[in-house]
Every structure is written in C-alpha cells, then in structure tokens.
Design a protein around this ligand. Sequence first.
Ligand SMILES: Cc1cc2nc3c(=O)[nH]c(=O)nc-3n(C[C@H](O)[C@H](O)[C@H](O)COP(=O)(O)OP(=O)(O)OC[C@H]3O[C@@H](n4cnc5c(N)ncnc54)[C@H](O)[C@@H]3O)c2cc1C
Length: 323
Amino acid sequence: MNNILVIAEAFQGKLRKTSLPAVTFAAQLAGKTGGEFSIALLGSGISGLAGELSSFGAKSVYIVDAPEFTNYLAGPWAKAVVTLADKIGATAIAGVADTFTRDLFPRVAARLNAGMVSEVTAIFGEGADVTFQRPMWAGNVLGTVKVQTPKSVFSVRGTDFEPPAAGATSPVQNVTLAYEDDGKAKYVKFEPTVSARPDLGEASVVISGGRGLKDKAGFGLLDEMADLLGAAIGATRAVVDAGICPNDLQVGQTGRVVAPQLYFAVGLSGAIQHVAGMKSSKVIVAINKDEEAPIFAVADYGLVGDVFKVIPELTEAIRKHKG
Ligand SMILES: Cc1cc2nc3c(=O)[nH]c(=O)nc-3n(C[C@H](O)[C@H](O)[C@H](O)COP(=O)(O)OP(=O)(O)OC[C@H]3O[C@@H](n4cnc5c(N)ncnc54)[C@H](O)[C@@H]3O)c2cc1C
C-alpha cells in the first residue's frame, strides 16, 4: 500500500500556499493506489500552522518544530525528511516543484534509493499500473513514466493540481528529529527581495515584459499598469540576461512556472522556453509589433502594436476605468 508523505513549506512563519497542490496530488495518488497520505512541515516556530494543514483528510500532520530548522540547508533537511519517512513507513515523498524541492528532493531520493519523477502534471492508471506524465524539452514533449523502485519521490507542477479540497480532520503529531549537520555547507544569510507587489507564483495577474521594452526605462512602463491591477511583474530570460531585471522575475523553463488568471506578454516573442512557464495561465494577452510572433499562437487575445504606444494607452484606460 502506498503511504505518501507530502512535504509542505513554510517561509518566515507563514505557510506557503503554493506548496499545497502537492496535497491534491497525494490524495489522487492515494486514491488510485489504495494508499493514504500524510503531511509534514519542518521549521522553527511553525507549530501554529498545523491547523492550516489539518483539514485536507490526511492520515496525520507531522510538525517538526525546532530552532535548528530555522534556516533551510539541503544536507541536514534531507536527512531529517528521510528519518521521518522511515519512522512513519512512507513509501513515497511528494512536494511541489519549486526551488526548495529542486534542491532537497534529489538528495532525499538518493538517500531512499528511490526513483524520482520531477514536475508531474498528471497521474494515469490504477494500482500497480499507475504512471505519471511530465513535460520534457521545455514542454514540447509529454513523457509518461513509471517508477520501478519500491520507494518514490515526486515533485509536482503546482499549476496542474488544484489547491486541496477540504476533508476529514487530521490528527497533528509533533515529532522531534535530530538536526544532523554534515558540515558541508553553512547558512550565512538571507537577503529577501523587498517588493510591494505580490509574489509571481501567487499573483492572479502577471505582466511579463521582453526584449521589446528595450531597457530599464522601457521596462518601467509596466510599473503603473502592474500597480493599478495589483499584478506581479515577470520577465523573459533575455531581459534578465541583459541586466534589466533581477532573475527572480524570470518566467519559463529555467525560471518560475506561473498560471495566473490573467497573463500579459508584452514585447516578448514567445520562445518555447518562456511559454513553458506560462502557458497554463487562464487568459493570455499578447502585445507585440510583429503579427507573426509565436506568442500569438498561445494567446487568447492579441494586440499587434508598438509597446511604447500601447502600454501607456492601456494604463490610461485602466486608470480611467478604476476611477
Ligand atoms: C536552455 C534554455 C533555457 C531558457 N529558459 C528561458 C526561460 O526560463 N525563460 C525565458 O523567457 N527564456 C528562456 N530562454 C531563452 C529563450 O529561448 C528566448 O531567447 C527568450 O525567451 C527571448 O526573450 P524575448 O522574448 O524577450 O526576446 P526576443 O525573442 O528577442 O523577442 C522580443 C520580441 O519583442 C517584439 N518587439 C520588439 N520591439 C517591440 C515594440 N516596440 N513593441 C512591441 N513588440 C516589440 C519583437 O517583435 C519580438 O517578438 C531559455 C533558453 C535556453 C536555451
């Protein structure tokens, strides 16, 4: 029987809601394989967050709350996750595909001698025949894979699984785990990007700019529109590489994967590596002066025009509309 352990995430004392679609994945997998799932949260001062995890029908919610786990370090955290998995007899580990699991899960998989499937977008089949879909080659190919090892590790695309539905209340268990410092890395400091704008992964509106905006001043055209719409700003890799934007704004295969309600693609061509990070957006609006630009192929609404004319006009129209 599959016993799945979901690793939820907390950051600066708050539960990362973006980590919760992994619970939906685990519930689906448990249903298809006749198993059960639990949720674990590691950190410091996080006991108060247990209530936010205990209403999804998990068998248990495990809280590992200790000062040693204040700051994330891959080595000790991987050991802790594996110790917990062994303790509760977990046969599978799941989490949302993000920078945290990209760093942590391969180490967990290696320690568990488990096959790992990254960026799962769907589950097919039942019981022992269950297989997993994952995008490959920047989303141009969808692979279907089967795990051959007794244990497995999954990172799942948060944009392809809904937030978890309410279920039976789960018992909460506080667990003490040793923090085994392997001495290989030392936590030095964390320098957060301070922004009044919503996080790219959580915003319901994202406005992404590309090379068509030319430079920092051109990119700045997006600011007022973003402020009016309460939107997050994203960027293409071309813009990041040119030093116009910090790389935490990059959307795409090697950046963030987003699926907002509304995505504006402004002066960007729609390279496959960019589209891989935004094509699940509910409504896509593309603005580009080249009517042949590939972005129009994935857009719901397309506007052929010069961004330096269109964006100020659009911003003015939004401002008027908002009164
Ligand atoms: C391994 C790998 C990983 C990658 N990962 C990513 C990734 O994660 N994210 C990502 O974005 N890219 C990624 N890339 C890069 C990607 O291939 C493209 O090079 C990049 O997305 C192009 O950025 P762009 O659309 O801003 O620029 P361009 O492709 O140069 O497009 C600029 C667009 O602006 C339009 N334009 C120009 N002037 C105006 C104007 N005045 N008004 C309106 N439109 C105008 C042009 O018509 C053009 O369509 C990756 C590449 C590789 C090889």
